[in-house]
Design a protein around this ligand. Structure first.
Ligand SMILES: Cc1cc2nc3c(=O)[nH]c(=O)nc-3n(C[C@H](O)[C@H](O)[C@H](O)COP(=O)(O)OP(=O)(O)OC[C@H]3O[C@@H](n4cnc5c(N)ncnc54)[C@H](O)[C@@H]3O)c2cc1C
Length: 391
């Protein structure tokens, strides 16, 4: 068992850090929490693409660099550590691209993969509906064949990137007579098609990164079917393993952790830095212990992926642990910062740029999106421990 990175990987980590520090110095971005979910900057994405870092671990035959999954891990770890605005490409590069090159036709690959790698298109994930979340197979959006087209009608909700996406990867029912998991297909759809309406969802943090997407008889050419007709649900199950696999579930709020440690060293109470208070020290140290455990769990997921296997149980173990850590971090930050720590960034009095209340509210959703903690523990129980499945 070897927990260390290679010399080349450490050199790459330094290269990524230098790039990010340069970008911060140039004013390209300010470190932010949730940069992978909320930091939409097409310019920044284009710069990352120009470095060749989009698709870093995609196979070369699909335009990627064919590097290891651990190289990608180093890249994403540093992007998250610096709170970089990576949301424009996060879903497309990390998830949709893989779905297209694994299951899509040659025509689809030729059309879409180069655009993802150049950072030109942004994807949203169109799975959940008002009556289909954990029970995703209950979805009602219909795709009906008509000549060379599917006619799509229905509604999606909680679609990440809704206000920015150029494309959506969508699940729709193509065979209403089949058992519910067996009549669903997956499509990639250009959001400019007539009949698509996007309505922003404003969350507790006053952000618009999610949305409801309405499809009113949208004509989608059959070439945009991803994979086999009626196999979409099973394709998505595999894709979700990858969605749950990344460092983002642990480090989305790393800028808050970093700033909290600095704050505790620089802020004095009763003439002493607050980091000398035994209770504060202990809580920060506890956060560090849990952070390192979470990091190891995600490295384990990476190890499984590097072996070419789907990280099913491993990702289902890592994500609830890591998202619970992010919620824990936000709670401890709020305690340490005291009442001023509850002020929004706009207030001139908010410590550490108002990150704490932002994270406190935003982190509630982490244990719901991409599968709730209860659903993931169900996977661990059934597939990890071999307990009988319950429905
Ligand atoms: C911030 C955020 C971003 C999201 N982004 C996207 C996105 O980009 N695309 C997309 O398609 N969806 C997205 N979602 C939707 C997300 O996938 C669903 O919210 C999630 O799957 C839960 O579904 P639900 O909200 O319908 O809750 P429900 O499924 O109704 O669940 C309600 C509660 O019951 C529990 N529960 C349900 N079934 C079981 C069971 N079998 N065993 C034990 N407990 C159970 C759940 O854990 C939960 O606590 C997002 C959600 C959030 C909050």
């Amino acid at each position: 068992m070897d927990f260390s990175f290679t010399v080349e990987q450490e050199a790459f980590r330094q290269e990524v850090r230098s790039f990010l520090e340069h970008e911060i110095r140039q004013g390209a971005f300010q470190p932010m929490c949730d940069g992978w979910l909320q930091g939409f900057s097409r310019d920044f994405t284009k710069k990352v693409a120009a470095k060749g870092w989009l698709g870093i671990n995609w196979p070369k035959e699909h335009g990627g660099m064919g590097r290891s999954y651990f190289d990608r891990l180093v890249l994403t770890e540093e992007m998250l550590r610096y709170g970089a605005p990576t949301a424009y490409h996060w879903v497309a590069e990390g998830q949709t691209g893989r779905a297209i090159y694994t299951d899509g036709t040659e025509e689809l690959k030729q059309e879409l993969l180069p655009k993802i790698l150049r950072g030109e298109i942004c994807f949203g994930l169109g799975m959940s509906e008002p009556d289909a979340g954990s029970d995703l197979a209950a979805l009602k959006t219909r795709a009906v064949e008509e000549g060379d087209y599917y006619i799509i009608s229905g509604q999606k909700m909680w679609t990440t990137s809704a206000g920015y996406m150029t494309h959506i990867i969508l699940l729709a029912r193509t065979d209403p007579a089949a058992p519910k998991q067996q009549g669903i297909s997956q499509f990639v759809i250009d959001c400019k098609l007539p009949g698509i309406t996007i309505r922003p969802t404003i969350d507790m943090v006053d952000r618009e990164a999610w949305g409801e997407v309405f499809f009113d008889n949208v004509r989608v050419h059959k070439k945009y079917l991803v994979g086999e007709k009626n196999r979409g649900f099973f394709q998505v199950l595999k894709q979700l393993d990858y969605e749950r696999a990344g460092m983002e579930w642990l480090m989305g709020n790393y800028p808050l952790f970093d700033a909290l440690i600095k704050f505790s060293k620089e802020t004095k109470r009763n003439g002493k830095p607050i980091c000398e208070d035994p209770l504060i020290r202990s809580r920060l140290a506890q956060l560090e212990v849990e952070f390192e455990v979470g990091r190891m769990l995600i490295y384990r997921v990476a190890q499984v992926m590097a072996q070419g296997k789907a990280p099913n149980v491993e990702a289902a173990i890592a994500k609830p642990f890591c998202t619970t850590w992010e919620q824990h971090l936000a709670g401890i930050a709020t305690d340490i910062l005291g009442l001023y720590g509850q002020l929004w960034q706009e207030s001139g009095y908010a410590p550490i740029m108002g990150m704490a209340p932002h994270s406190f509210l935003a982190s509630k959703g982490y244990s719901l999106q991409a599968g709730t903690n209860e659903i993931l523990k169900g996977i661990v129980a059934a597939r990890g421990l071999g307990l009988p499945s319950i429905t």
